[in-house]
Ligand binder design. Structure first.
Ligand code: GLN
Ligand code: ZN
Length: 760
């Protein structure tokens, strides 16, 4: 049969109305019983499969659904439960499963970290002293369920052994190979059982193949997949890669598997290039990831069809599978729910359900010829053209500016050491000045008033007065505490990106465009769909009001261009860095306004700078250069005496320390709570010589720190950092903390600063 198959790699779990999230949270809050919870989850799971059946997808993924996270699912399938959760073998209970993910009173949760370069976070498996066994064959279980309940032969999705071990922790480099080999017989058993059940297709995810892996790891692939092939030769294994081009193309295509899945969207054309150069084995299937699984734009079917045609020169029709570039976990469920969006925009969008339609259309096109899908192609071309030609994407002033970036100064007037002298004189701060990161507790009351205002139950003036009262209250608290550099508290903001997105041109917010971030937590990233520009001052009123209440400096507070970019869905008709520069220019105006209005310190937060690093090392430099440039483009507009601060949340700074330096911020504050001292090393080795505040206490816990702990932290930092440059601040914003504990903790912090000063 030369039937071109359509396939999917994974479907969003959360449901059209986030019913998945709601069920989880109700269960955790003990509002529903376990049986009820599991029943609801089964319904959601089957409904999602049914949807894919109705769409006409041939190879429907099963086992990609999860009650929390697919990496955790894989770990518990092998009985990998960290010792502290007191597990004694056998099937891992639902309770234990959630304990690993969320922690208990006595045992901290397993760490979570970003899934490749996405904003999804997975639970990091802990392999210390691991003795993996196959506790249950999850893929088989879900295959059987789909067969029984819906009468389909699903395609089990399994996270492959090499990627699984690569994502885990608790071992060192030298144990890697041996560990992978421990898992091979277990994977072999899974596949053997699937084969016995009559399973035809299996998707084994090995996205690690799309990262900068070593030659040794590549050769390990050969051994592992040889063994798996021997164990179950009749199962058609698709080795699935995504998010980037495959690192070792020739080696990968010669692996003993039935087919390879490629990402032809996020590879900058490299996969296709390699295909043209090296060809493709005649006996293998090629699964073509041709519809963007990461972004929310309607596909240009004309263009994607032509990519498929090129592939067809090397792979016969019957061996092509058409699919999204990755799991659809990373996009919202359906555009249908977005009734309020401008039609030009909503016509140019495609969420999970629409993407599956696109997959089906393209596979039909390849099978029946282009004419068969001509109408659909026209429709896509037209929708995209309409958006591109719309006023949203044709803001003359923004485009002029983007073309003449060189006319905007992106370097401060004087170098840091000169500015530092000027600023020291003008601010007259004590040694080891104290400050906070920006937000103060957002109480129930704050949220309630904002909601009322949004619903129109509160006038703009009433809301403004409410916010001002909060600011006033907290300026007084900060003065009383004796903090040196104050903030207004960010009471007017729900979210640090949303707030700016709502005030800038070029952004729009969907109603149901949620995606899972981790566990039950979902985020609704803004859509940057048009040219970004500054409309009116966004933060001036609140900051100036706060400054009017005190003689101490109040820091203005903005979110930086790269963080706004990384936490949004970004238009793909121009380069991402082009978009970053548009945002930077808009922020530059805001910074100018703040300065004009007497604000002398301005903090531009970039917590997401590290997480935007590309998967491939060779692309890091470009990215970091662009990030540094965008930051400087927005901040370099100020005078020497104006002090620019930045803030970054916890991350692996070692690799980006040079870029941090290059931001040329006068002061940086950094989260340290999960770094166990490693961070200080990062700064020590590179002799960081600008203002720096290493968070002296962890804001993630309500616990009020002890004076001695803070003194110890400060001492430790001062062993490597010059006291002249050192600032004393909490780890991160205090938005999620209670008022009482916040005041208590800050009191200790100020005391710790005073005591430390006495020693100089
Ligand atoms: N200024 C922000 C706040 O204090 C920074 C938040 C962050 O680092 N994620 O809330
Ligand atoms: Zn932070």
């Amino acid at each position: 049969m030369s039937n071109v198959k359509s396939s999917n790699l994974g479907y969003p779990r959360i449901g059209e109305n986030r019913e998945w999230k709601k069920a989880l949270e109700q269960y955790w809050a003990e509002q529903i019983e376990k049986d009820e919870f599991l029943k609801q989850m089964e319904e959601i799971r089957l409904q999602h499969l049914q949807k894919q059946i109705d769409q006409g997808i041939d190879l429907i993924p099963v086992g990609d659904f999860s009650l929390y996270d697919q990496v955790l699912d894989t770990a518990v399938m092998f009985g990998l439960v960290p010792k502290r959760f007191e597990y004694s073998g056998g099937k891992v209970s639902l309770e234990t499963y959630f304990h690993i993910a969320r922690g208990t009173k006595g045992a901290v949760a397993s760490e979570m970290t970003k899934w490749f370069n996405t904003n999804y976070h997975y639970i990091v498996p802990e392999l210390d002293e691991a003795e993996p066994v196959l506790i249950e064959n999850r893929p088989l279980q879900f295959y059987k369920e789909a067969k029984q309940k819906l009468n389909i032969k699903g395609k089990p999705v399994i996270l492959g052994p090499i990627t699984f071990v690569s994502l885990a922790k608790g071992y060192n480099e030298s144990q890697f190979k041996e560990l992978v080999n421990q898992f091979v017989p277990l994977y072999a058993e899974i596949l053997r059982e699937l084969q016995n059940e009559g399973v035809e297709w299996v998707q084994i995810d090995e996205p690690i193949l799309s990262t900068s892996i070593s030659k040794e790891t590549m050769s390990l692939f050969y051994n592992v997949y040889e063994a798996l092939n021997e164990a179950a030769p009749h199962v058609k294994v698709i080795l699935q890669t995504y998010f980037e081009a495959i690192e070792f193309y020739e080696e990968t295509i010669s692996l003993p598997v039935h087919g390879i899945g490629f990402d032809f969207v996020h590879d900058q054309g490299k996969n296709l290039e390699a295909l043209k150069k090296h060809g493709y084995p005649k006996d293998k299937v090629l699964a073509a990831g041709i519809i963007d699984g990461r972004n929310i734009w309607r596909a240009d079917l004309e263009k994607q069809y032509s990519v498929l045609e090129e592939i067809e020169h090397f792979v016969s029709k019957g061996r092509i599978i058409v699919q999204p570039s990755s799991s659809l976990l990373h996009v919202p469920v359906t555009v249908k729910s977005e009734e309020k969006l401008d039609k030009i925009l909503s016509d140019a969008l495609s969420f999970a359900d629409e993407k599956l339609q696109e997959v089906v259309i393209l596979s039909k096109g390849i099978h029946d010829g282009k004419e068969a899908i001509q109408d659909d192609i026209l429709k896509s071309t037209k929708s995209i053209a309409l958006l591109n030609q719309s006023s949203f994407r044709n803001n003359k002033a923004v485009q002029e500016a983007s073309q003449h970036l060189d006319t905007y100064k992106a370097e401060r007037e004087a170098p840091f050491h000169v500015r530092q002298g000027i600023q020291e004189k003008s601010f007259q701060l004590p040694l080891l000045p104290t400050t906070t990161i920006g937000s103060f507790p957002q109480t129930q009351e704050v949220r309630k008033q904002r909601l009322k205002w949004r619903k129109g139950e509160l006038t703009n003036t009433e809301y403004k007065h409410f916010i001002q009262a909060e600011i006033k209250k907290w300026i007084e608290i900060q003065e009383e505490l004796g903090i040196d550099v104050l903030v207004h508290g960010e009471f007017e903001r729900t979210d640090m990106v949303e707030y700016f997105g709502e005030k800038l041109d070029g952004f729009v917010f969907t109603k149901f465009g949620w995606v899972q971030s981790y566990g039950s937590r979902c985020v609704k990233p803004p859509l940057i769909y048009g040219d970004v520009s500054f409309k009116d001052p966004m933060t001036v009123e609140e900051t100036v009001y706060a400054q009017s209440l005190t003689d101490k400096p109040v820091k203005g507070m903005l979110t930086g261009p790269i963080t706004i970019l990384n936490w949004s869905f970004v238009r793909d008709d121009i380069s991402r860095y082009g978009v970053a520069n548009q945002i930077a220019l808009a922020l530059r105006k805001e910074i100018e306004e703040l300065e004009k209005n007497g604000i002398r310190m301005i903090q531009v937060d970039e917590p997401a700078i590290r997480e935007g690093l590309p998967l491939k090392r060779e692309k890091w430099e470009n990215y970091l250069n662009a990030a540094v440039y965008a930051f400087k483009l927005s901040t370099s507009v100020v005078k020497n005496e104006t002090q620019i601060h930045t803030h970054m949340c916890y991350s692996d700074f070692e690799e980006i320390i040079d870029a941090i330096h290059d931001l040329d911020a006068d002061v940086i504050s950094i989260e340290t709570s999960r770094s166990h001292g490693e961070l200080i090393h990062a700064f020590e080795d590179n002799t960081y010589d600008k203002g720096i505040g290493l968070g002296v206490y962890d804001i993630h816990s309500p616990r009020v720190p002890k004076l001695e702990e803070l003194i110890t932290n400060i001492d430790r930092a001062l062993q490597v950092l010059d006291p002249k440059f050192f600032w004393i601040n909490p780890d991160c914003g205090l938005k999620t903390r209670g008022e009482e504990e916040t005041i208590a903790a800050l009191k200790v912090m100020v005391r710790a600063a005073e005591q430390s000063r006495e020693r100089f």
